[in-house]
Design a protein around this ligand. Sequence first.
Ligand SMILES: [Zn+2]
Length: 559
Amino acid sequence: MEGDRGGMTLFLASRGLAFLTAPGGYLLLGLLNYSQSGKSAALVVFALLATGAWGVGHPPSRRRRGTGWEILVAAPFFILLAIQAFLRDYFGVAHNDEIVVEALFNTNGGETTEFLLHNSRGIAKHFALLVLFLLLYGLLLRMGNRILPSTGPVVSRGEGERPAGNHARLRPLFLPLLFLALFLLLHLNPTMRQDDPLLYFPLRYLEWSREVEETRKLQVKLNADDTDPEMASIRYEGEGPRTVVLALGESTTRLNWSLYGYPRRTNPELSALGKELVRFDDVVTGYAGTSGSLRLLLTPADLSHPDLWETKPDLLAMARKAGYRTFWISNNGGRTGLPSVFASHADATDFTNLGGSHSEGSYDNALLDPFRKALSDPAPRKFILLHMLGAHPVFHFRYPMEFSRFDGADDNVSREMKREGRSFWAMRQRDEYDNAMLYVDHLLRATIESCRERKGEAIAWLFTPDHGEDVAHYTDFVGHNPRVRAMWEVPLLFWRSKAFIAGEVLPEAVTRRPAQTDTLDHTLLGLLAIRGAFYDPRRDLLSHAFEPAKRSLAGIPYP
Ligand SMILES: [Zn+2]
């Protein structure tokens, strides 16, 4: 029994240590982030345990043969890691990124050859690393096998001794099957599944072709907008030049903003603007998801007519008709899907996020340069839309190090969470989310500063996110959760330059007006001074005629 246990420990250790080779190596070299390395490490370790376990309890010769199989199993995982490391090293993109997927499936032979030639040095470097890691791993296995015979289960049983009954006969099968089952269980997690080298290409191909087809259909359907008979009613009624900026956030609940009473100081920079910044107190989003929210917010569709986005023009098309130059600047992906259709209606587009929007990606400060460029465009009327990545999960990829101010903080928030029995993991997520809020605060202030630099110009700036987020506010759950108010209650901020005439009412006087962002298009049309069939002053937060509408969250009335 002693020897059994010793042999088993060695076996587990030698395969477990596989993570120290390719996955750990790339991590140490800074070529992969820990979520990429970690997922691959988990998959490869269990795949190797399942393969290697066939040799446990067998003579060394069989185990040596098994080593060959193990290297064969490890190779595709290591190759996929090498591809990921290469992409990140040379292009700064994640392997899930739309650019990579697009390039993979939308290419021809000539482009592939050109790519290989053009990047031969990078490819050579990463090929060498791959070989090195595979050798290292083979060495590890050999060492493990060499030590095994002296303590291994075979020797301890003694030569010639018969296996004791069913138990011994079952065991050689039991172990590999157990590890195989664990390996397959990992596939229940969709992002894990995507990192299995055998599923990597098929899964991405399916997803890509689905997205391309959906975008194509949308594009065809929505291009009909320009011919909408009501477009003829659109007119500009403003005086002189003006710029309207809509900063669209992502996964930002006002429950975590100190501007709205959250005990952690998550809004130091926006707060410092004092009365210059107008904060609307009672705003909920129309839909608890990005696309659903944007199509209500940016089109005549609202909760009582949710399908109008399919047949009516969006704000970008309307603004263009009214003589605006329109800009769509996005750090939030958006090369496929509904946001890409909105973007295609803008005069100028800039996509700043080269990384995948869900894992690593550029910080939102990537928006600032193209934003300043848009502000200095000579067009007299400009409508600029900034699509931020905000606090899209994974939170800790959303801000640079110097903003991790709330990590492990011992304050009212953490004490309250502890009192309510939140797990360590949930509290950590909350800290990271609040760091992201701090960065959003910084970024929004920077966009306002950019507007302020345009001396004497008439500029209006509006911020709201697509929706909120549940960050262990009620349970340990963290993520999109339409059942809780943290998902719906959002900030709405307004700022204007001195030269911007704010319309009929003083914004400062109407901050308590209840609103839902499905009808925010009317407030934006008001700011853009666009009149016509699509503008209803009763839904314009800054109009005399404003009347509060009935609000509901996923069909449930909201006070
Ligand atoms: Zn969203």
